[in-house]
Design a protein around this ligand. Structure first.
Ligand SMILES: Nc1ncnc2c1ncn2[C@@H]1O[C@H](COP(=O)(O)OP(=O)(O)OP(=O)(O)O)[C@@H](O)[C@H]1O
Length: 769
């Protein structure tokens, strides 16, 4: 009979201390040493084989071949988890014994040339088997605590059974290594039995007295294994955690806290709730990017290119952003560190690109983009975390985001800063102030972490829909950049340059020649969406492409037509949804176009007034706020004062009731800016002269008939233009805001500036009384 030739392999190798893997056993363990991590990262993946070699001296950091045991284990990688940067938890299954030939550590993947030792066939087994079973059973009967989940399998081959028992019952790594060292079955069994005898004798001695360290160790080992499948892994784990803490460069304060916590952890029963709390805390400290920074590019030309690539238009906004970046760059070049100036806050209606601009800035700077949505945050602890006094407490969102970003200089977008609430649990805006304050944020205090974390390298940006709802102290720290609604022309440009190509790609429709005719885009914008931004437009484009995608695969009538025309829209999207037209050329008397500002952009606000028989009562419906009710009363007083000039019969109110209604009656409306519109509606109703349907107006009215400036002019005029009004009447005091209007609007909308109500009449009425 010829001996089978031994099998020699060269495999990635990891030296291990305080653990031994026996064939057939499953062991999880931590890998943190740099050479081993390198080997893992470069040379090992799930399902691979590697060699584990026991170290004679656990204190040695970079063992040489001489300090490794000659017999090791061939292991199969069953799980591989990166628990923190550069720290892995590896789950392995022992496959066979190996004899080390050469150990090669040349700075790359550590390798070992090994001979795989086949399990010898057993001879004269019966007697040996009996000895083994008898000894194990006696041992278990005397020391049941040592058994853990171990049960003797009567069907297992003897050599494997010895390995399994050694893996489960021998707490000491040296003992396990002694069993591993024995490739032949008989010597293996003898070694094992001898160790077992010593163990049994010791435990016998202890039974008389107190439970001694050995049993405790057994118990810990058994419990540990039950809890987390870690045989003698716990000590190892804490030692490794300590090592990681020392390497993490988290700063003196945090390091001291972490080490202190590990001391406590060591003294706790591993499965206790406190141990979990402690362990989670240390994990948090280890997972934070104390030192790691993203390599910040800050190349202005590149930033400009990226901003232009991602967004059409928005020239002023982009210019302001680039100025901000330029200052950051100058400060960095001068070595004065982070920008301490105000935080940029993009304010504007939904869907105009605030979030996506912030995303582009992060891309331009090569920093991770992290979003903190503040909408509905009303509790300080969401920002600062909960104190670590109970299970389940967590750091606040800022610290969680930093962990997620993995670097200490990400871009954090504080989204919807105007939607933050506050209540008895504390005011989140004051916590946020601390986050943003350069004097304080170098040592930001999270309640859970309980040690300062440096936020000074983070680039904060904010967004809001409505400026006046931003808490004042915060507003003070912000530099507001306003974005306004898009005009039809701008929406068309955004759709053509960005939304359509993006949607084509997302729906797998590129390369089919799909195109939108200009008229179709116009109709899509005007008849199927009603919004300041382009979000709904994006959705409608998707809806069209979904329909087309189906048509490419299921031919209905005729071949696939890739061109979307105006005429095809009803077929693709159903009937038109919005008919954004002002009132007809001559609406009924009493109906007038006003202009409103809302957080979602400007809007046309039609006011209706009717004259009814009665005795001088003014009824107001349509959810008018207090200020608007007052303006309606004031408008009526103005009309009464001017009754004669308006050709109204004296005492007209004695026989007349007036009813003013603002449609979309369920939506609350308020503010003084509808003053002149209310007055016009009353005048039109009382005189019976219709107002001009293509004129819209806004302005506050005083008793003396003066027209005072109002807010939100730009949005209101954009709405008038969008709705197809021919002209708009606005207070002369708002003239300075006209420069903000896009050229398209200035050209197409005739704007009348008025100082007095008298000037409004000839502009708004179809004829004079
Ligand atoms: N000028 C633009 N150029 C290209 N795409 C744009 C432009 N403006 C908006 N978009 C696109 O419109 C979509 C909506 O924008 P985004 O989510 O940034 O809106 P937002 O202003 O942050 O809204 P919200 O206030 O609701 O958060 C995005 O897909 C964005 O890329």
């Amino acid at each position: 009979m010829t001996e089978p030739t031994p099998k020699t392999l060269t495999l990635p190798a990891i030296p291990v201390r305080e653990m031994v893997l026996l064939p057939g056993a499953r062991v999880p363990f931590m890998v943190a040493r740099s050479a081993s991590v390198r080997t893992l990262e470069l040379g090992i993946k799930l399902g691979d084989h590697l060699v584990l070699l026991g170290q004679r001296n656990p204190k040695e950091d970079q063992p040489k071949q001489e300090s490794l045991h000659a017999i090791g284990a061939l292991a199969l990688v069953e799980s591989l988890i990166e628990v923190a940067d550069g720290h892995y938890r590896l789950g392995v299954l022992g496959v066979a014994r190996v004899r080390l030939g050469r150990y090669l550590d040349d700075g790359d993947v550590v390798k070992a040339e090994v001979e795989v030792l086949a399990e010898p066939a057993a001879a004269g087994e019966a007697a040996l088997r009996e000895a083994f079973h008898g000894a194990v059973e006696r041992f278990l009967a005397r020391s049941p605590e040592a058994a853990g989940s171990f049960v003797l399998d009567p069907d297992m081959a003897l050599g494997q059974a010895v390995d399994a028992a050694a893996a489960a019952l021998l707490p000491d790594v040296r003992d396990k290594q002694a069993v591993l060292d024995q490739a032949e079955i008989e010597p293996r069994l003898h070694t094992f039995l001898k160790i077992l005898e010593t163990l049994a004798a010791r435990s016998q001695a202890d039974k008389a007295g107190e439970m001694d360290a050995l049993v405790k160790e057994h118990k810990a080992f058994v419990l540990g294994e039950k809890m987390r499948g870690l045989p003698d892994g716990r000590k190892d784990e804490i030692a490794q955690l300590r090592e990681r803490v020392l390497k993490a460069e988290m700063g003196d304060e945090a390091e001291a806290k972490a080490l202190e916590e590990l001391d406590r952890l060591e003294a706790m029963p591993p499965q206790s709730a406190e141990a979990t709390v402690s362990r989670t805390y240390v994990d948090w400290l280890l997972a934070l990017p104390w030192r790691k920074t993203a390599d910040d590019r800050l190349d202005l030309d590149e930033a400009e290119r990226i901003l232009d690539e991602d967004h059409a238009g928005l020239e002023k906004v982009k210019a302001r952003i680039l100025e901000h970046l330029a200052v950051m760059r100058r400060l960095r070049d001068l070595g004065s560190g982070a920008l301490r100036g105000p935080i940029l806050c993009l304010v504007g209606p939904p869907g105009v690109g605030k979030t996506s601009l912030a995303r582009s800035i992060a891309r331009a700077l090569n920093r991770p983009f992290l979003r903190f949505s503040l909408g509905g945050v009303r509790d300080e602890s969401e920002i600062r975390g909960h104190r670590r006094t109970y299970i389940g407490s967590m750091p606040g969102r800022i610290i969680s985001l930093l962990k997620k970003g993995g670097v200490r200089n990400p871009l954090i977008l504080l989204d919807e800063i105007d939607k933050m609430g506050s209540d008895w649990r504390g005011d989140p805006s004051s916590a946020l102030l601390e986050v943003l304050d350069p004097e304080q944020n170098a040592a930001f205090q999270d309640h859970y972490l309980d040690v300062g974390f440096d936020l000074s390298q983070v680039l904060f940006l904010a967004t809001a829909n409505v400026r006046h709802q931003i808490p004042l102290p915060l507003d003070d720290r912000l530099e507001i950049i306003e974005l306004s609604s898009y005009t039809l022309g701008e929406k068309k440009a955004i759709a053509t340059r960005h939304l359509v190509p993006r949607a084509l790609e997302r729906h797998g429709m590129g390369g089919l020649g799909v195109a939108f005719e200009e008229g179709a885009l116009e109709d899509l914008i005007q008849a199927y969406t009603k919004e300041a931004g382009v979000r709904q437009l994006e959705r409608e484009l998707s809806a069209v492409l979904r329909k087309l995608a189906r048509q490419t695969l299921q031919d209905g009538e005729g071949p696939f037509d890739p061109v979307v025309t105006r005429a095809r829209l009803p077929e693709l999207l159903g009937p038109e949804r919005f008919l954004e037209k002002p009132l007809g050329p001559e609406p009924p008397p009493g109906v007038v176009n006003g202009l409103a500002w809302t957080p979602t952009g400007g809007d046309l606000l039609t006011i209706e007034a009717a004259r009814l028989p009665g005795k001088g009562t003014l009824r107001l419906t349509g959810k008018l706020g207090e200020v608007m009710q007052e303006s309606a009363n004031l408008a009526l007083s103005y009309v009464r004062m001017r009754a004669e000039a308006l050709g109204l019969e004296p005492g007209f109110l004695e026989t007349t009731d007036l009813h003013v209604h603002l449609p979309e009656g369920a939506i609350p409306k308020d503010g003084p800016s509808a003053g002149i519109t209310l007055a016009m509606a009353l005048i039109s109703a009382l005189t019976g002269i219709p107002a001009r349907g293509d004129v819209a107006m806004t302005g506050e009215l005083t008793l003396r008939g003066m027209v005072l400036p109002i807010g939100g002019l730009k949005e209101k005029l954009l709405a008038a233009h969008r709705m197809g009004c021919r002209s708009a009447i606005i207070p002369a005091g708002n003239a300075r805001h006209l420069g903000e209007l896009p050229a398209e609007v200035r050209e197409q909308l005739e704007i009348h500036l008025v100082e007095r109500m008298d000037e409004v009449l000839p502009l708004a009425l179809s004829r004079m009384p």
